[in-house]
Design a protein around this ligand. Structure first.
Ligand code: BG6
Ligand code: MG
Length: 219
């Protein structure tokens, strides 16, 4: 296929449903500190860095921690989160994702990962996708968190694709905003009422037809 476009995938909530593991681990942290938060509030944590997530959660619980305790809680949360990740294998790849990846490989369309997670490489290895990506940009490579466009701009640069020719798949509000801020084509994966700012929204990857991808790539 002749195209000057490339694709950037978010990881958590797009390729794998790790959002549920993040939720469980953050919720345990909050409960251990003596408060709770709802799944609705959890939406605001999607795509948000580890540090900023803990800041938000502490706000909800009207709690303040010393710097040392803050760091300790972040480490505990990650340890707990990784205990879920440890159990992952390729069966965790969300339905419909593999067919899109296979299509991109077959048609030599470059694609990258653009994730806020510092655990991204570990997860990709677990689900056997690490070697498939042409570039990986994760939470260890960026200084500014989504909705800042940094993560996607670096990914596009690594793919040697112009921002306006980059197609981003995202499940979070912050991530869709980051893609829009980068002037990229944003495709939301999730509920339209949450991801309404995206150029296109699909409930899940099973609804993303290869024909739609082809049209975007050859437009
Ligand atoms: C994002 C998730 O992909 O990564 C957030 O949507 C998470 O929920 C963030 O906080 C950072 O992830 P990690 O694995 O570095 O704690
Ligand atoms: Mg996500």
């Amino acid at each position: 296929m002749k195209t000057n476009k490339g694709v950037i995938f978010d990881l958590d909530g797009v390729i794998v449903d790790t959002a549920k593991f993040h939720f469980l681990a953050w919720r345990k942290l909050a409960n251990d500190l003596g408060f709770d938060f709802t799944e609705e509030q959890n939406e605001q944590l999607k795509g948000v860095s580890r540090v900023n997530s803990l800041k938000k959660i502490l706000d909800w619980g009207a709690m303040e921690l010393s710097d040392e305790e803050f760091k300790r809680q972040m480490a505990l949360k990650n340890e707990n989160y990784l205990s879920y990740v440890e159990e992952m294998d390729e069966q965790e790849i969300l339905p419909g994702v593999q067919k899109v990846i296979d299509y991109l490989i077959k048609n030599r369309v470059p694609f990258a990962l653009g994730s806020a997670s510092k655990n991204a490489r570990t997860i990709l290895e677990k689900i056997n996708l690490l070697e498939k990506f042409d570039a990986i940009v994760d939470g260890t490579d960026v200084s500014k968190a989504k909705p800042d466009p940094e993560v996607f701009l670096i990914a596009a640069e690594k793919l040697k694709i112009k921002p306006e020719n980059s197609i981003v798949f995202e499940d979070s509000v912050a991530g869709v905003q980051a893609a829009n801020n980068a002037k990229m084509i944003s495709v939301g994966i999730g509920e339209k009422k949450i991801l309404g700012e995206a150029d296109y929204v699909f409930p899940g990857f099973t609804e993303v037809e290869l024909d739609f991808i082809k049209k975007l790539l050859t437009k």
